[in-house]
Design a protein around this ligand. Structure first.
Ligand code: NAD
Length: 431
């Protein structure tokens, strides 16, 4: 059992903290957001993540998990300080490391003995050295070993991903410190890869996200070609994915990737490459294809409706993917903005993300369910493939719409079935 301070109570920090507490460690989470900490102290998880509320409650009750806004309460006596603060897009696309730098400074000011500082935030190579430097400059008394341990969990299945990872990657200049971190993960019986230099571990995360994003842009480019030659891109992806060398994941034809990670991470990796005088052509193409893919929905709506002005368009789903309320870099936001600018009346329903969306896009009309989105609408767009949209009563949907146009941005419906219901149906890559 170790005493662990987790810095940042977001998706990654809170999941890490609750899981490490569940494995028997004594965990304290520090976050500068007072409101968030106050909610957590009342056992309320401030965002949607399946199972996390129960895990937090169980471990809080067992007194293995607690929350604070004070580094002075969290860091002294801890063996590990795990940094899990945000690294948003910064100037010129590079990762904004100011939160990591601030966290490093606060750790330095409050540590009272030797500490292993674990960087779990997604950061470019050389960031670990910056963290070491900041701590060294602010606290000459105590030694901090900085280790990179990138996180690969996915929102929506965060606990499962943390507890059953495909791999745990750990890298540090000091092998002993990396091995201490490996011990924390021992109960998971996961494949642990310890890289002898910290930069390699930092790079694994960026390379993994860029590769997954590239798969999505690749299949979306194939989909564009499929549309021109009457091939069905969904089946093409299935046929490709059955090849063991390729595999089926991240080959979903649709309106592209979004979320808190892929967009900013591919951009940050490309910006890093440029800083070191390498022009990353493939990464740039991945980003360009993804940007254009979102607007494909608008083109298809224009084809189905002629004019967008004064039409009522309903969005099914707003979150960047199902089972989360996360709207960061969500295609829905871009699509809604373009529609609103074209004079369209935009309606939307999402099972989890409407509270956040109301703040970001107050001009959209938010409804209580998918049927209310459809009633009187000229077109529906499937933006997020929530399961509840897969089994709608399509006869009811069709009967309530002014015009039965559906743009299925996630290819969740069968084109033949939809046309059988009388819809003007447009999928992606398989018209
Ligand atoms: P988040 O925005 O949900 O949470 C970050 C938290 O850090 C916030 O609660 C914020 O208040 C807090 N914070 C900021 N500065 C702080 C400071 N100086 N001290 C203490 N707390 C501070 O972010 P997230 O989605 O959990 O992502 C965290 C990191 O993990 C990012 O680098 C991200 O790229 C990476 N990551 C995210 C995911 C994901 O699915 N969300 C997956 C893998 C990796």
């Amino acid at each position: 059992m170790s005493r662990v301070a987790v810095i940042g109570a977001g998706y990654v920090g809170l999941t890490t903290a609750a899981c490490l507490a569940d494995l028997g460690n004594d965990v304290i989470v520090v976050d500068i957001n007072r409101e968030k900490v106050a909610q957590l102290l009342r056992n309320h998880v401030p965002f949607y993540e399946p199972g996390l509320g129960e895990l937090v409650e169980r471990n809080t009750k067992a007194k293995r998990l607690t929350f604070t806004t004070s580094y002075q309460e969290a860091v002294p006596g801890a063996e590990f300080a795990i940094i899990a603060v945000s690294t948003p897009e910064g100037e010129g696309g590079e990762a904004d490391l100011s939160f990591v730098e601030a966290a490093a400074g606060s750790i330095a000011d409050s540590m009272d003995g030797p500490l292993v500082v674990v960087n779990k935030s997604t950061v470019p190579p050389l960031t670990g050295d910056m963290v070491s430097r900041v701590i060294g400059q602010r606290n000459a008394k105590h030694k901090a070993d900085v280790v990179s341990n990138p996180e690969f969990l996915r929102e929506g299945s965060a606990i499962q991903d943390f507890m059953h990872p495909d791999r745990v990657v750990i890298g540090g200049h000091d092998r002993g410190a990396a091995e201490k971190v490996a011990k924390l993960y021992e109960p998971l019986q996961a494949h642990i890869l310890i890289t002898p230099n910290i930069y390699t571990a930092e790079m694994v995360k960026y390379a993994s996200n860029a590769f997954l994003a590239a798969r999505i842009s690749f299949i979306n480019e194939i989909a564009r070609i499929c549309e021109r030659v009457d091939a069905d891109a969904k089946l093409v992806a299935e046929g490709m994915g059955l090849d063991k060398r390729i595999g089926p994941t991240y080959l979903d034809v649709g309106i592209g990737y979004g979320g808190s990670c892929f967009g900013k991470d591919v951009k940050a990796l490309a910006a890093l490459a440029e800083r070191f005088d390498y022009h990353p052509e493939l990464l740039n193409a991945v980003m360009d294809i993804n940007r254009d893919q979102r607007m494909l929905v608008i083109d298809k709506l224009r084809e189905g409706l002629d004019e967008l002005q004064d039409k009522v368009v309903g969005l099914l789903g707003l979150a960047f993917k199902p089972n989360t309320d996360d709207l960061r870099d969500a295609p829905s936001m871009d699509i809604a903005r373009v529609l609103l600018a074209a004079g369209t009346h935009v309606r939307a329903y999402d099972p989890a993300a409407m509270e956040g969306a109301r703040v970001k896009l107050p001009a959209v009309e938010y409804t209580e369910d998918a049927y209310a989105v459809a009633a009187g609408a000229d077109a529906l767009v499937v933006v997020t493939e929530w399961n509840e949209f897969r089994h709608l009563d399509m006869a009811r949907v069709k009967a309530s719409m002014r015009r039965p146009v559906i743009v299925d941005g996630r290819n969740i419906y069968d084109p033949l079935v939809m046309r059988g219901h009388g819809f003007t149906y447009r999928g992606i890559g398989r018209d």
